[in-house]
Write a protein that binds this ligand. Structure first.
Ligand SMILES: Nc1ncnc2c1ncn2[C@@H]1O[C@H](COP(=O)(O)OP(=O)(O)OP(=O)(O)O)[C@@H](O)[C@H]1O
Ligand SMILES: [Mg+2]
Length: 438
């Protein structure tokens, strides 16, 4: 049945669909009713009008038939014809074919009625002239041609009603379209607000329009508030924990400095310093996450800076391709954090990272490739989960907690995108695509 589906032919926008649903039944009903009505009306009027013309035709033909000579018949035709409004030619001249134009609504009924009243008629021609009827009838003096005004047998312009209907139909469509478009604007605005929120942008939105749409808008606002509150309280809790950890860590460092120096205290001091660095880093990350808002950023610029900085820091990183993107709405710190994680993985599990930026119509793709072992397809979903570390044999000596990929994926999602893992065809290792909506 798929072949018969009407879907591809249906308009895509709600406005046009609603207009169609509203108008189609009305138009079809109107058409059917008026065609039936017009046909009947035309038939009735034609029958009545034709009857009176037939009386005159029969009288005239009777007079011609009863004339003694051809001359007398011609005289009758010349005298009587004009009085009855009928022009007579005796005998008939050139050929005549019966017929009427396809759009001539009353043509069929006229011919039918004339033939019924004058069965010996040879031909009735409604094509030759729009405004008159040509008939050919046999008489005692051969075939005669009769001509009279079309107005005498049919109502004038029966299709006027159809034209009027078509015109009002179009007018109504236009009016319905205008009204509906106004009604649907609030839905479009709601869709845009929801879409922006999905891309991590907070855009001012005020519900408006019909009650149902306003309700949906209010529900959306509630939902957005709740999600934002949740993110906020999560960040607050985590930063609170890191903040509170700083005090015991400071105490430990002081205590260690009072102890006698030995190999153990040295190792412990290093660990404590590591922990302090982590805690501070997390605090600044939480602060950035809470405060950072999306802003217009030149993505190509950001990437070039990032690569230059990494190279200066001694990381084996190179920029393979960099499309010009112009400015794009994003949270630059977050995107850099995602990149840090992906590049960190690449140089940890491989030996070199190749970065590229590809600009699509609706999205940006930042690609990080390496020459390491890659991740087998079946383990990719697993690798992105928080605290997931694959293949202990491979990672044994490498530090890490298994958060890098899940952080990158989270940042991609908050930009209306996603993190896609694949295998690099050029370098043989992992290919991580960070997709961001633009
Ligand atoms: N470029 C890569 N090549 C091969 N394996 C990778 C690569 N990146 C990630 N993996 C695998 O995916 C797992 C999860 O990576 P993820 O970055 O989330 O955590 P991690 O690197 O182990 O720790 P963290 O990033 O938190 O320090 C890694 O343990 C590793 O097995
Ligand atoms: Mg990592």
């Amino acid at each position: 049945m798929a072949g018969l589906s009407l879907k591809p032919y249906m308009p895509q926008s709600l406005t046009w669909r609603a207009t169609l649903i509203l108008l189609l039944p009305v138009v079809i009903l109107q058409l059917v009713v008026s065609i039936v009505f017009i046909q009947r009306h035309v038939d009735d009027v034609t029958a009545q009008m034709t009857d009176s013309v037939l009386v005159e035709l029969n009288y005239l033909l009777g007079e011609i038939d009863s004339a003694r000579t051809l001359e007398a018949a011609r005289l009758v035709a010349r005298d009587l014809g004009p009085k009855l409004g009928i022009r007579v030619t005796i005998p008939s001249q050139d050929d005549m074919e019966e017929g009427y134009r396809w759009y001539d609504l009353s043509g069929g009924p006229v011919i039918e009625a004339l033939r019924a009243g004058l069965p010996r008629t040879i031909a009735i021609d409604l094509v030759r002239s729009k405004s008159s009827v040509h008939m050919r009838v046999p008489t005692r003096y051969g075939n005669v041609d009769l001509r009279f005004d079309r107005e005498r047998v049919s109502a004038s312009n029966p299709h006027q009603l159809l034209v009027l209907m078509l015109f009002t139909g179009l007018l109504m469509t236009l009016i319905a379209y205008l009204f509906l478009r106004n009604q649907l604007k609030p839905i479009t605005r709601l869709a845009a607000a929801a879409q922006d929120f999905g891309k991590g942008r907070h855009v001012a939105y005020k519900p408006s329009g019909a009650r149902e749409v306003r309700l949906a808008g209010l529900a959306f606002l509630d939902m957005r508030d709740r999600i934002e509150r949740q993110i906020e309280s999560r960040t607050l809790m985590l930063s609170g924990i890191s903040h509170d950890l700083r005090t015991p860590l400071t105490r430990m460092r002081l205590e260690l400095s009072l102890m006698d120096e030995s190999e153990e205290t040295e190792a412990l001091t290093r660990d404590v310093a590591d922990m302090e660095r982590l805690v501070n880093e997390f605090l600044s990350f939480a602060r950035g996450d809470a405060l950072e808002a999306a802003e217009p950023v030149d993505a190509a610029e950001l990437l070039r800076d990032f690569v230059a900085r990494s190279e200066r820091g001694g990381l084996p990183v190179s920029l393979a391709r960099c499309d010009e993107t112009g400015t794009v709405q994003m949270r630059p710190m977050a995107v850099q954090r995602a990149l840090d994680n992906l590049v960190g993985n690449a140089v940890r599990y491989g030996s070199h990272a190749w970065i590229s930026l590809e600009a699509g119509k609706r999205s940006l793709t930042i690609r990080v490739e390496d020459d390491g072992p890659g991740i087998p397809e079946v383990q990719r979903d697993q690798a992105v989960k928080a605290f997931a570390r694959l293949d202990p044999a491979r990672n044994q000596n490498l530090p890490g907690v298994g958060l890098g990929l899940s952080i990158a994926a989270d940042i991609a999602r908050s930009h209306g995108g996603q993190l896609r893992l694949g295998s690099s065809s050029a370098h043989g290792g992992l290919r991580a695509d960070l997709l961001l909506a633009r």
